[in-house]
Every structure is written in structure tokens, then in C-alpha cells.
Design a protein. Structure first.
Ligand SMILES: [Cu+2]
Length: 195
């Protein structure tokens, strides 16, 4: 008799716990996975990876690239010359937020290219401009966003391949302002490494 009277209470408690966990899970997903971060930090975890924010329901990665003023060189998030490598699942889109903290104007271009490094002051000479943030595909060599400004935009789903993120201002990419973007079917959750 005693066991039978306790059972409904146990079931009720288990159901309540499941409901609570579900509510917290849904809240965290909504709150954190759909909110673009204010910045990407270059502090790496013990595994060497910086996990990027993403929303798996619409296959979108939130990527923030900032030109830091605390670094004396032309940089993306404080990195130069392909040190920053970003890994994104194939078929996912990038929601890019580009922020310029330096006094020089800069822009951010997603370039389809097959050279190991930028080898021309004009980025269109070593790749195909897919997306330009803070400029257009015709004025990118001279136009960017000013100090303190930011620009955001969403790409289409990206095909597998290796791309470059470059600043299109004349000679900036060659001077170190570039990062690598790897889009692969072997990547399940987006992350970045600084090498
Ligand atoms: Cu630049």
C-alpha cells in the first residue's frame, strides 16, 4: 500500500524535473545561440579551439571580426597572416559582424581563392570576391568603415572549400590582414583556432 501511494508523487517529481530542464535548455538555446556575440575572444580553451556561437536550427554561424587598435599591425582579431583559421560546417551561413577600431578605414571580404597567401595588393587578382562588408566589389580598394563603426551581414550557405577573409583596401591583405575560412563536411560545430 505504501509503495503504491508514493509512486504518483515520484512520477510527478520526475515530470517536473524534466519540464524544468527542458525549459532551461530552450531558454539557453534561444538566448545564447541566437544572439550574436559582441566580440570573438582569442583566448583558447585547453583543446586549442575557440567555439563560435551558432544556431543549428537555421545553420548560421555568428562570426565577429574586429580590427583591434591595441595591436600595432593590420589585423583581424589581433591576428595576422592566416594565423586565425575558422572552421564552419558545409552548407552553413555566416552572419558576419565586422568592427573597425583602428583609425584607418578597413573592410572585410570573403574571397574564394587557391593561393596559399595573398600575392597582390589587389585582392581580386588572387581570388574571387564573394562577399564584401564595408565596401562593394568595385570600391573595395579604397573604401572601408571608419574607426568605431561596424557592419553586419549574412552570407548564403557556403560550399565546402577553403576561403580567405581579407581586407580589400589596397595592399592590406598582403601586409598581413587575412585569415583562413575552412568550410567542410567534417566540421559539425563551428570553431576557430589561432596558430
Ligand atoms: Cu584594411
Amino acid at each position: 500500500m505504501k509503495a503504491q501511494s508514493v509512486l504518483p508523487a515520484v512520477i510527478a517529481i520526475v515530470v517536473a524535473i524534466i519540464a524544468l530542464v527542458t525549459a532551461v535548455y530552450v531558454y539557453l538555446n534561444y538566448h545564447y545561440l541566437t544572439t550574436a556575440p559582441s566580440t570573438i575572444t582569442n583566448t583558447t580553451s585547453t583543446s586549442g579551439k575557440t567555439l563560435l556561437r551558432y544556431d543549428s536550427s537555421n545553420k548560421t554561424v555568428y562570426l565577429t571580426i574586429a580590427v583591434l587598435s591595441t595591436v600595432s599591425t593590420l589585423n583581424f582579431n589581433g591576428t595576422t597572416n592566416g594565423q586565425l583559421v575558422i572552421y564552419v560546417p558545409a552548407g552553413w551561413s555566416l552572419y558576419v559582424t565586422f568592427i573597425n577600431y583602428q583609425s584607418l578605414p578597413h573592410n572585410l571580404i570573403i574571397l574564394q581563392n587557391d593561393t596559399p597567401t595573398p600575392n597582390s595588393p589587389d585582392v581580386a587578382q588572387f581570388g574571387k570576391i564573394l562577399y564584401a562588408f564595408g565596401a562593394t566589389s568595385s570600391n573595395y580598394e579604397t573604401t572601408g568603415i571608419s574607426s568605431g563603426q561596424s557592419v553586419s551581414g549574412l552570407t548564403d550557405p557556403l560550399s565546402p572549400g577553403i576561403y580567405m577573409l581579407v581586407c580589400g583596401i589596397y595592399s592590406h591583405a598582403e601586409s598581413g590582414m587575412w585569415a583562413v575560412l575552412v568550410v567542410s563536411q567534417n566540421v559539425t560545430a563551428p570553431y576557430a583556432v589561432v596558430t
